[in-house]
Design a binder for this molecule. Structure first.
Ligand code: AMP
Length: 285
């Protein structure tokens, strides 16, 4: 596996591969890799000839009071995992090369997509994500961008950005990988105390209870949300930030459930913020 820090060397490598007719898959990450990241890597390895993974803890997507400084880092371990999996290149750009002095551009998706759900609690987060991913796509120039459904809003926004800005890559959104008790894998799970870790497992239970209510015929979003809230009520140390049912494409809240929807939630456990979601296809008209 090549380890590349220079933006121009990464671009040259991608160009070389493309000239040789090889398709390139790309998995952008912030490192501290877990089985969720590795499933994206495997999807890429299985469907493209060359796979590039990036590790970059992007300062632009963290708010001033968020966990940028203490975000978990495990580069040596990450390198071993990626090399063992058969990844062809690991791109680890220095922050100074990504955001040199005078950097002044950002990519912002208009309206609802960025302002809803997590956007309400992390004001410029998705602007930071969209900007860094646009930059990474221009450097790596992949044929396929692999993203996780775990971050459903991020995936939806990046789908929009690649389409609106004519990036010549397909976007593939891969399923959420979970711990045995259902907790969605996240680099931030390492922050949780044993008691918080236990409480965190109820997030997925709440989503499942919502899905079950829908499968039993409930079509009123308020009623479903009420059932989900009941699962989380009284869990010590767990504070819900939002618990919403939205259209899968628009991310707009819906009252009467139909079509492709997303049950989405965010909660704080102490200082740790976790998100999760469950896509549901509501049968009938
Ligand atoms: P991150 O390192 O948290 O920025 O995540 C990098 C990529 O991995 C994003 O596309 C995430 O959506 C994806 N990802 C993170 N956690 C999971 C998970 N549990 N299952 C599947 N994909 C994930």
């Amino acid at each position: 596996m090549r380890i590349i820090r220079s933006l121009s060397r990464q671009r040259a490598l991608g160009d070389l591969w493309r000239r040789r007719g090889m398709s390139v898959g790309f998995v952008p990450t912030m490192g501290c890799l877990h089985a969720g990241h590795m499933s994206l890597v495997r999807f890429s390895l299985a469907s493209t000839v060359r796979t590039v993974v990036s590790i970059f803890v992007n300062p632009m997507q963290f708010g001033p009071r968020e966990d940028l400084a203490r975000y978990p880092r495990a580069l040596a371990r990450d390198k071993r995992m990626l090399a063992k999996a058969g990844v062809h290149a690991l791109f680890v750009p220095p922050a100074g090369s990504m955001y040199p002095r005078g950097f002044a551009t950002s990519v912002k998706t208009a309206g609802g997509l960025t302002e809803r759900l997590c956007g309400r609690f992390r004001p410029r987060h998705f602007e930071g994500v969209a900007t860094v991913v646009a930059k990474l796509l221009n450097i790596v120039r992949p044929d396929v961008l692999f993203l996780g459904k775990k971050d459903a809003q991020q995936a939806r926004i990046l789908e929009q950005v690649t389409r609106d800005l004519n990036f010549p890559c397909a976007v593939r959104i891969c399923p959420t990988v979970r711990e045995p008790d259902g907790l969605a894998m996240s680099s931030r799970n390492v922050y949780l105390s044993p008691a918080q870790r236990k409480a965190a497992s109820y997030l997925f239970q709440a989503l499942q209870v919502g899905r079950l209510a829908i499968s039993r015929g409930e079509r009123d979003a308020r009623a479903v949300r009420g059932r989900m809230r009941d699962v989380l009520a009284g869990r010590r140390g767990l504070r819900i930030q939002y618990l919403e049912i939205v259209g899968a494409d628009t991310l707009e809240p819906i009252a009467k459930l139909r079509g492709r929807i997303l049950l989405a939630l965010a909660a704080k456990l102490g200082g740790t913020r976790l998100i999760d979601n469950l896509p549901v296809e509501v049968p009938g008209k």
